[in-house]
Design a protein around this ligand. Structure first.
Ligand SMILES: Nc1ncnc2c1ncn2[C@@H]1O[C@H](COP(=O)(O)OP(=O)(O)OP(=O)(O)O)[C@@H](O)[C@H]1O
Length: 668
C-alpha cells in the first residue's frame, strides 16, 4: 500500500520540473533574427525602387543617407525596430521629422531639378554632418545589437543546456519511475503472496479456533449436562445418604445389640469348645473302646472265618445239569446242604445229604454288595492295625476271581460312587475294600489319624514267586525271597508302590492282571493255574493319642483246587507239574490252619512247606484275622469237587486260632 500511495503521491519529474516552453525560445530566436536583420539591411542604404548603389561620392552619399533615414523611419514607424537612445532618438526624430517632411515630397527629390541644384555647400555640409552622425549612430546601434545578440546567444545556450539537463533528468525520472513501478509490481506480487499466505494462515487459524471453540462449546455443554446430572445425583445421594444415616443409626443400634449377643455367644462358645474338647476326648476313648470291643467280638467269633458262596449257572451252562445245593435256613444263611447220589449199604442207589455249617453262606442270587457287607468289618480291623488275610478257595471256574475282583476293575477315572455301601455294581471285594479303606482313613482324620498306603502284587506259580508289578516278564530269572522280620513280611526285589487314592490301586491291579499267567485247562478256558496275592500295607498314626498301627491286608486268589484227575493235566507234564504244585500249596495251607487250630499243642506250624504258606505266615496265625471265601460251582458235574472243597472249608471253619494281636508300628 505504501508503494502504491508513494507511487501515486510522487509527481513525475516532467510534472515537477516544467520544461522551458519552445514557444518563448522560438519567439526570442525569431526576435533576435529579426533584430539582426536590421543591421544587415542597414549596411547600405536601400533605395526604394532599385538596387543598392555602390558607394558614391559625397554628394551622392548624402542623398542616399537622407533616403536611408527616410526608409528607416518608415521601418520604425512600422513598429519593428528598437528605439535609439533619447539623444539619438531626439536627433533622429528631428531628422525623421525632417525626413518625414521631406517625404511628403518625392524622395527622388535629391535629383529634383528645381531648386536642389541650387543649395549651398553649407547646406551640404550640414547634411553631410547629419549623415555622419546618423552613420555613427547606426554603428553604435549595431554594436549594441551585436552585443545583445551575443548575450542572447549565451543565454540561449544556457537554456539549451538546461533543456538538455532537464531532458536527461526527465529520462532518469522516467527510468526511475519504471524501476519503481517494476519494484512496486514485484513488491506487490510479494505482498500479494504474503497476503495470500496470511489469508490462508488466517483461514487455517480461524478454522482451528472455530474448531477449538466448537470443542470448548461441546465441553462446556457436556460439563453443564454433567453438572446438571451431578447435581441431580448429588441430590439423590444426599437423599440416600440421609436414608443411609438413618439406616446406619439403626444398624449401629442393632450392632450394639449384636455385640452384646456376641459377647454372650463367645462365652457360650468357649463353654461349648471346652465341652467339645471333652467330647472329643470321650470320643477318642470311645473309639479306642470300640476298637477293643470290635476285636473282642471278632475273637469271640473266631479269628478265622469261612464264607461259602454258590455262583449261579452261567448262560452257557445247562440249567438242567445243576447239582442240588440248598440253604436250609436262608434267613440265617449259615448252613449248606448238598444232595449227592450214593449207594446204600445194600448197594441201592440213594440220594445222600451232606450238611455243612459256615459263618455265612451266599446263594447264587447274592450280590457283590451282599458279600462285601459281611466283610467290611474286617477293613476296620485293618485300620485298627490287625493283619488280615482273605483268600478265595475253590475249584477252577467256581467264582473265586469274580468274588474278589468282580466284573472288571474300575478305571483310573473312578470316583468311588459305584462302590458306596449301597451301590450294587459288579465290583468285587478288592475294589470295595480299597475304596472303603481310603474313605474310612479320610474320615478318621477328624479323630487325629493319618494313614499311608502301599501295595504290591505277586504271583506264585509252580512254587515260584513272580512280581506282577515288575518290569521283566514273568519268566525272568529274578528270584524273589520271602523274609519275616519283626512281624513284617517282605519279598526281595518286589515292587511296592505308595498309593494315595483308590484309582491308583485299580491301576496297579489292572497292570498285574495283564501280566498274570493264565493257562487253559480242560476245566475252564481261562483257569488260573497260579495263586495271586495282593498286599496292601496300611500304616496309621494319631498325633493326639500317640497311637500307631501297621497292618497288612492280603487278598489271595488261589489257583483251582480241583483234584489232579480233573485238572486236565493228563499226559501234559507241564499241567501235571502245575497241578502238583497247586495241591501241595493247598494241602500245606490246610496243614498250617490245622496246626494253628491245635494251639499250643502244635509246637510247629509248617509254614515253610509251601511258598504260599510261607508268604502268608504273618497273615495266618495268632496275630491276624483270616477269612476263607469258598467258591462253589452249582453244576452237577462239579459236585464231587464241590464236596471236597466243602469238607476242606468245614475243617478250616472248625479251627479256632488263638487271639489276634494288634500290630503296632514297628511290627511288635
Ligand atoms: N456270583 C457270580 N455271578 C455271576 N457270574 C459269576 C459268579 N461267579 C462267577 N461267575 C462267572 O463264572 C465264570 C468263572 O468265574 P471265575 O473266573 O471267577 O472263576 P475262578 O474260580 O476264578 O476260576 P479260576 O480258578 O480259573 O480263576 C466267570 O465267567 C464269572 O464271571
Amino acid at each position: 500500500m505504501s508503494s502504491s500511495s508513494g507511487t501515486s503521491g510522487r509527481q513525475p519529474p516532467s510534472s515537477r520540473i516544467a520544461p522551458p516552453t519552445a514557444a518563448p525560445v522560438a519567439r526570442r530566436t525569431a526576435a533576435t533574427a529579426s533584430s539582426s536583420g536590421v543591421p544587415t539591411s542597414s549596411r547600405g542604404l536601400t533605395i526604394p525602387g532599385g538596387p543598392a548603389p555602390a558607394r558614391k561620392p559625397m554628394a551622392v552619399a548624402t542623398t542616399n543617407r537622407a533616403a536611408g533615414v527616410a526608409t528607416r523611419t518608415a521601418s520604425s514607424a512600422a513598429g519593428g525596430l528598437r528605439k535609439p537612445t533619447t539623444a539619438t532618438t531626439g536627433a533622429t526624430a528631428a531628422g525623421v521629422r525632417r525626413v518625414g517632411s521631406a517625404s511628403t515630397r518625392p524622395v527622388h527629390g535629391v535629383k529634383r531639378p528645381s531648386s536642389d541644384e541650387e543649395q549651398s555647400p553649407s547646406q551640404l555640409n550640414e547634411i553631410q554632418a547629419q549623415l555622419q552622425a546618423m552613420a555613427a549612430m547606426f554603428d553604435q546601434e549595431r554594436a549594441n545589437t551585436e552585443a545583445q545578440m551575443a548575450a542572447e546567444k549565451t543565454e540561449r545556450k544556457k537554456y539549451e543546456d538546461k533543456v538538455l539537463q532537464l531532458e536527461e533528468n526527465l529520462e532518469e525520472s522516467k527510468r526511475l519511475a519504471k524501476e519503481q513501478k517494476r519494484e512496486a509490481g514485484r513488491r506487490r506480487t510479494i505482498f500479494d503472496d504474503e497476503m495470500l499466505q496470511l489469508r490462508q494462515a488466517h483461514a487455517r487459524e480461524k478454522k482451528m479456533w472455530e474448531e477449538d471453540l466448537e470443542r470448548e462449546r461441546s465441553m462446556i455443554k457436556a460439563l453443564k449436562d454433567s453438572m446438571a446430572n451431578s447435581s441431580t445425583a448429588h441430590l439423590t445421594l444426599e437423599a440416600n445418604n440421609s436414608a443411609l444415616r438413618t439406616e446406619l443409626q439403626s444398624t449401629q443400634d442393632q450392632l450394639k445389640a449384636k455385640e452384646a449377643m456376641i459377647v454372650e455367644m463367645e462365652a457360650t462358645l468357649a463353654a461349648q469348645r471346652a465341652a467339645v474338647v471333652e467330647i472329643e476326648n470321650e470320643l477318642r476313648e470311645a473309639e479306642s473302646l470300640r476298637r477293643k470291643l470290635h476285636n473282642e467280638i471278632q475273637e469271640l467269633r473266631g479269628n478265622i472265618r469261612v464264607f461259602a458262596r454258590i455262583r449261579p449257572a452261567l448262560p452257557s451252562q445247562n440249567a438242567g445239569a445243576l447239582a442240588t445245593i440248598k440253604l436250609p435256613n436262608p434267613r440265617e444263611a449259615k448252613e449248606i446242604e448238598v444232595l449227592s447220589a450214593g449207594e446204600s449199604a445194600t448197594g441201592t442207589a440213594t440220594m445222600k445229604s451232606f450238611g455243612f455249617s459256615f459263618d455265612r453262606v451266599f446263594g447264587p442270587e447274592a450280590s457283590q454288595r451282599d458279600v462285601f457287607g459281611e466283610v467290611e468289618h474286617l477293613m476296620q480291623s485293618v485300620l485298627d492295625g490287625y493283619n488280615t488275610c482273605i483268600f478265595a478257595y475253590g475249584q477252577t471256574g467256581s467264582g473265586k476271581t469274580h468274588t474278589l475282583e468282580g466284573s472288571g476293575l474300575p478305571d483310573s477315572n473312578f470316583n468311588g460312587s459305584d462302590l458306596t455301601p449301597t451301590a450294587d455294581s459288579g465290583a468285587g471285594l478288592i475294589p470295595r475294600a480299597v475304596q472303603m479303606l481310603f474313605a474310612t482313613a479320610e474320615s478318621l482324620k477328624d479323630k487325629g489319624w493319618t494313614y499311608d498306603f502301599e501295595g504290591g502284587m505277586l504271583e506264585i506259580y509252580n512254587e515260584t514267586i513272580h512280581d506282577l508289578l515288575g518290569k521283566g516278564s514273568l519268566e525272568s530269572a529274578i528270584k524273589h525271597e520271602v523274609k519275616h522280620e519283626k512281624g513284617r513280611t517282605t519279598v526281595s526285589d518286589a515292587v511296592v508302590l505308595p498309593l494315595t487314592s483308590p484309582s491308583q490301586v485299580f491301576s496297579l491291579l489292572s497292570k498285574a492282571s495283564s501280566k498274570r499267567s493264565v493257562a487253559a485247562t480242560l476245566m475252564n478256558e481261562r483257569s488260573s493255574r497260579s495263586h495271586s496275592v495282593f498286599t496292601l500295607r496300611v500304616r496309621g498314626s494319631n498325633a493326639s493319642t500317640m497311637e500307631s498301627c501297621d497292618a497288612t491286608l492280603s487278598l489271595v486268589d488261589l489257583a483251582g483246587s480241583e483234584r489232579l484227575a480233573n485238572s486236565g493235566s493228563g499226559d501234559d507234564a507241564k499241567r501235571f507239574k502245575e497241578a502238583v504244585s497247586i495241591n501241595k500249596s493247598l494241602s500245606s495251607l490246610s496243614d498250617v490252619i490245622s496246626a494253628l487250630g491245635a494251639g499250643k499243642a502244635a509246637t510247629h506250624v509248617p509254614y515253610r512247606n509251601s511258598t504260599l504258606t510261607w508268604l502268608l505266615k504273618n497273615s495266618l496265625g495268632g496275630n491276624s484275622k483270616t477269612l476263607m471265601l469258598l467258591a462253589l460251582s452249582p453244576m452237577a458235574e462239579h459236585l464231587g469237587e464241590s464236596l471236597c472243597s466243602l469238607r476242606f472249608a468245614s475243617k478250616v471253619n472248625s479251627t479256632v486260632i488263638g487271639t489276634a494281636k494288634k500290630v503296632k508300628a514297628g511290627g511288635e
